[in-house]
Design a protein around this ligand. Sequence first.
Ligand code: 9MR
Length: 344
Amino acid sequence: MPKYIFCVLLFLLCSMTIKDEPLCNEIKLREKASFAIGVAINTGKLKDNETYRNKVIEQFNSFTPEKALKPLYVHPEKGNFNFTEADHLIEYCRYYKIRLHGHTLVWHKALPHWMEKFKGNANEWDMMLKEHIQGIIYHCKDYIKSWDVVNEAFNDDGTLRKNIWLKNMGESYIEKAFRYAMEADPEAKLFYNDYSLEHGGEKLDAVLRFFSDLKAKGIRIDGIGLQMHVSLEYPTIDHINGAALKIQNNGFIVHYSELDVALNDEQNFFKSGKRLTALQKNRMKEIVKGFMKLKPENRFGITLWGLSDADSWLSEDSFRARPLLYDKHYKIKPAYCGFVEGLE
Ligand code: 9MR
């Protein structure tokens, strides 16, 4: 028998002999946790899919709109806001007593055409940014009490990303964005949100330096959102926990703002499905356990970036990612049980 056929047979045999661990009971995460448990919300599914709707209400006490508050959707024409989806969400959250976290006022993606093509001098850009931020916050401030003010403004090496804001206003756009947000709602908690901060490397150091300086100048910045789009092994749990502690030690609260654990890292290509889901379970547990080590007042919450694997942005790229707590049929996965164990 050729060697490769032998290997494939051995692989199949091994995967069949790994027993399925019995799943835990499905509880209510929102009742079990001592901090907010969030989920990114697809507003279309919230309206049209009853299973989805019942699950998100039952399990979570914090929602982040996956799209509805991004500039493209909420500010489609200059000075002309569309709050239809946002208002619907607000109504919903008010009724079910769910926190609604605002995501995101300033980003280089999900921009409306007019904003991307905006022509003006630095002063006109400044006015436009102010109208944009304050127009949204004023409308939502009765209910939304926390915002990702700026999203993904840094490169991985700690330099500032060359987005339209930097090109047209220079680096002061970040300070201005936080100043305008603070002016519009002095009571809201204001966040800087980014990916790869959980690696604890030079990007995190640059972000902490930058926002500590802004704070020292009297600008309101309450917390840092670690997006936490992680894989099974990378970054290590020590790096993740170290990053969260560093943020806490620098005087900021911590939001794991977009958590998902993708199964499709290349080094795991030959592991069986069962082995991968067991690793994913453990990974969720370790992540939640680490978050629990923060001081209670520094835990803004953990937000999953979607309810089920069918809802994940990663499913658009690869069916092997399967990064969330529920499978595509809205049944709990071992990852859910790991998450619960982490809360214990
Ligand atoms: O999950 C979101 C996807 O459905 C949208 O098409 C995309 C663009 O609006 O944004 C995705 O969410 C991103 C989040 O807003 C910021 N961090 C990265 C997330 C995944 O791309």
